[in-house]
Design a binder for this molecule. Sequence first.
Ligand code: AP5
Length: 217
Amino acid sequence: MKKRSPRLVFLAAPGAGKSTQARRVAESLRVPHIAMGDILREEVAAGTELGRRAAPHMDAGELVPDDIIVRMLAGRIGKGGFVLDGFPRDRAQAELLEERIDGVDGVIVLDVPEEEVVRRLSGRRECPQGHVYQLEDNPPAEPGRCDVDGEPLSQRDDDRPGVIKNRLRVYEEETRPLIEFYAARGVVEQVDGTGNADAVTERILDRLRAPGPPSIT
Ligand code: AP5
């Protein structure tokens, strides 16, 4: 019998590498990558009503209210597998997800020290098409220009020091407690998120291939 496609959640501090890793893992497992932050930024850029309501919360580094998140996610989580990145972020969202689907198969928690996530976020630059760089670890060949499409690189508004600090506070208060929520369900895979991105991807995929409840074969 064919096994169901994996349903994974990435849960980690801002800048820990959720998007970088979730994209690669989704590609490797051939399931959709659903990135809440990207969905929000697309709605903001398109100037939709939901985007306009979300923007001030994002600029302040606060969570966007659940009614907006739920409406933006509607129809994106189907019956098949997925890699969720940036959702759920608090207990209410985790419970909503439990109601919507019959549990997740694995929750990847990336461990990265706070000074390292601040360093990564401070040096993050991206182009309008979403290609992401890190000025120290993965700089563009030509300063300020995307290697892929030549478009100008910019810094995310919420990567300013004061906002980074608030995002980290919100993570500690609202999101980190979900590790316990999912540990009680036996689906947490804690992975060292330090070192280069390729090494982190290998660690995650090794963990998913290993025997045990959250593993994917
Ligand atoms: P979101 O876009 O999800 O932001 P975040 O969770 O703060 O995460 P980041 O995108 O900053 O970091 P990341 O962990 O994905 O790291 P990345 O791979 O980019 O959300 C933004 C906002 O939207 C929130 O603050 C909130 O307001 C709102 N929001 C989103 N979801 C919500 C929800 N469910 N409910 C309510 N509100 C919500 O990597 C970071 C940098 O490091 C990059 O430059 C990258 O190139 C680099 N890097 C990655 N891996 C490595 C490595 N191994 N070594 C060196 N550099 C690395």
